[in-house]
Design a protein around this ligand. Sequence first.
Ligand code: DGJ
Length: 753
Amino acid sequence: MILSDNNVFLLKNDNLAYMFRVTEHGNLEHLHFGAPVELCDADAFSVKYGTGWGSNSGPEGEEFPMYLPLEWSGLGTGDYRESPTEFAGEDPAGFKFSHYKTYDEIVPIQCSLPQAKGKAETLEIVLAYVGGMTLHLFYTLFDTAVTRRAVLYNNTDQPVTVTKLMSYMLDMQGEFEITTFNGSWIAEMRPYRAEVGLSGIVNESTTGFSSAMHNPGFILNQPGANETSGEVIGFNLIYSGNHYARIQRSHEGLTRIVQGISPVDFEWELKPAEFFETPEGVMVYSNEGFGGMSRAMHRFINEHIIPVTWQHKDRPILYNDWEGCMFDFNESKLLSLAKKAKKLGCELFVLDDGWFGERNSDKAGLGDYNVNKKKLPHGLSGLQKKLSDVGLAFGLWFEPEGVNPDSDLYRAHPDWALHANSGVTVLGRNELLLDLSKQEVRDYIVENVSRCIDEGKVSYVKWDMNRHSTALGAIAHKCVLGLYEVLDRIFGERPEVLLESCSSGGNRFDLGMLCFSPQIWSSDDTDAIERYHIQYNLSYLYPLSTMGAHVSAAPHSQTLRDTPLSTRGNISFFGLLGYEFDLDDLSSVETEEIMNQIEFYKEHRHVFQFGEFRRLRAPEGMSIQVSDGKTTIVGLFHELVHAAPGYERIFPEALMPGKIYSVESRKQLLNASKFGGLLKFVLPVKVKPDGIVVRTAGKKYRMWDATQACSASGAALMSGLSLNARFMGTGYDPQMRMQGDFSSNIYLIKEES
Ligand code: DGJ
């Protein structure tokens, strides 16, 4: 509910409260963002700054803005902290409260920016700027989050050039630590943790997109908070372009947070009567530590960001031909793969890059949509019919925002591409980006992608984008708006088509894309162990239902790591399972193992994709859990094993202490050839470690690993379930887990009736 009394505003529900007040001089004083409180608590939160700190400045006879925790600020009024607003060539002046309005719903954004949807209430605060402009701050209260955005109206008779306009600003009392997520191609989402100090921290992308370098989401926690307790606040932005956040503590102990479009090179001319809308910022609060914050964020995304048609809807298990074929395929190769994928249990066949124009490498063809008849003589519809006969739905890859200079499109319209201001041709993966601020470019993409989807009865689209932009500032923002318009025109009319967005993996993993694409290809790094970390770190801010996670070949093409197939499957289970390698290379035992994996995943798909997620205590390995209340699934993962390992336990959470549960570990197969010369101790014949017997055994036979089954109370399980012993070279026991490097287990915990 939204309450107001005596110039105090309170947005509150069972999970959180956000409170501020209008001071006697028209400033907005931030009071509280955290646990639910009452309107009468305003005075308890309000700062008592007395006479200030000496070197004060501010409008005569008024309070000194520098020392107030504010909801908005401006240059030139004596607040020397980070300003959320800047105008070129304007005498800076302050924003003062004018009036407010409440709505029992979301107030729609007018431009093509996406926004959170669903049940919510909105508070609109209107601030007046001395020069005659008005700034409208929208606060929307959802069940698990508060969102904020700003809209600037030019009510003057002169154009105004906006050089910075953040989506939100707030000053919170107290000290915080921050976590940001940074990286690069195939190294996404590496957490960086620091204390928020007096110099502040900037989390920014200027690549034209949200970027793998600095994900727009970040987390603030009170010192001492951990996975299960303490106050933690998650922030994010519903935007896919250049973003900026600065978090800085002041000497007086206020932490200022601003987030919005990056101001780098940003200039937006607002003509009289025009307005500019910022993207929406998202904030969630939890006093149940990082885990509680993540679960609140997951709920918010699953219920208010994901397109309605796909909310809580099971996602198909797909096969993607990219890592198996790259550009080298034809219809008969694809059909051979499809038949094998079907046998494994896959539901969708995704044809990745290389199906159009002269696209035989990444050097040519991008921008063209004519089917390459040498590879697909019967076109998209011919392939789709054959896939449908096999029993698979058809998914297709596109990279509509890019163009190769060696393409028919570029030869016809070189001016449709974005060129660097320097005049130097700046290529990324041999391509340029199309200028999506141009209507004719947007129309070209909408017409061609729509035509291919309809022709091929495509039920899934992988929308890729493989380079950084050369555009900065206003043009970069216009291109992002253009992209949103294009996505809305194509998929708004085809809501049943499942869209998976991708940008060389996770180079555009953000809430803006998730408003259109329910899932995102998490990373081009498909090495299972690396992937575990990427998915684990994504889980701080994004639910498992958004993470494309495929099993790929071993040894892996990027790390040469030879991860057991069981672990490759177990990691992909905690995401959207798919397979991506040449299935023609599969041995019969691998086929059987994958069939088992898919059968298991299908049985528990909804829990894996939409269950409540937890990162668990795991003294030696890494452990995560999903649960729908009735079924709880715990994954336990190891990297390098040690000799003479000690006892090991798992620590499931959120079980009912007094209830009895059955526990069963998932049956897993072991590759016999891994045991080399050790086989001679269990086989009746003498074998050479690298001889034909061991090699053939690896292809034809699998041994079952030990399994564990028991019944126990929730209380006992939560205090630690003692696991079967691990192999340590002192002999073989059928109850022993054969744990080599990169091993893992899955435990299924079910409420007994
Ligand atoms: C980059 C993507 O991340 C890959 O999965 C694949 O689709 C290639 N592009 C195709 O060019």
